[in-house]
Design a protein around this ligand. Structure first.
Ligand code: ZN
Length: 196
């Protein structure tokens, strides 16, 4: 935006400088016409007219230099605008691409979340209410994981291995008893690979 503002400022300056040149040129042409017409006869007036024409020519030259200088500045401002426009376009393309990928990922996550939620509903409907309540409480306390697999005598919730006393207790518990990890208090899920 700053580059665009500079460019339009230069454009305005250029127009103004060109108008100045034009004004001086017209006045000089008028003077020249009067001189050529022979309407001015007094030597003093003629001399004044000549002097004014000379000074107007110098003034025109100076003003034309100003126009050139402004044009140069305007050109470099235009180049800067073009370069920045290109960069903006490149960044915008990257942003569009990232947005599209993000939206696609959101879509996938929504789909996955929907099917996982359905699965969970089916599973939780088959779990006794008091066990489900305990599980939900633990889940809240333990960062979203209320139950963990007991795998090769290790609680997969806290990754600690059960000591021999704990193993013996779990081993002695009836299959439908809810056993808990002594360390993290999560519900331990026994399988054939629990190492009991
Ligand atoms: Zn544990």
């Amino acid at each position: 935006m700053a580059a665009q503002t500079e460019e339009s400022d230069c454009a305005r300056e250029q127009t103004k400088a060109e108008q100045d040149v034009d004004q001086v040129r017209k006045r000089a042409a008028r003077d020249q016409q009067r001189l050529d017409s022979g309407a001015v006869s007094s030597p003093k007036d003629l001399e004044n007219l000549q002097r004014e024409i000379t000074s107007l020519a110098k003034r025109q030259g100076d003003l034309e230099d100003v126009v050139l200088e402004v044009m140069e500045r305007r050109e470099s401002a235009q180049a800067r605008v073009a370069e920045l426009d290109e960069r903006v376009a490149a960044v915008q393309a990257k942003l569009d691409d990232a947005t599209a990928r993000r939206d696609a990922a959101f879509g996938e996550l929504d789909g996955e979340s929907g099917s996982v939620t359905k699965e969970r509903q089916v599973v939780s409907a088959s779990v006794p209410a008091d066990l489900l309540k305990l599980y939900e409480k633990l889940r809240e306390q333990q960062g979203g994981v209320g139950a963990a697999r007991l795998y090769q005598r290790r609680c997969e919730g806290c990754q600690l291995e059960l000591n021999i006393t704990e193993v013996n207790e779990v081993r002695a518990a009836a299959p439908d008893t809810v056993v808990r990890c002594e360390n993290c208090r999560r519900i331990l899920v026994r399988t054939s690979e629990s190492g009991l």
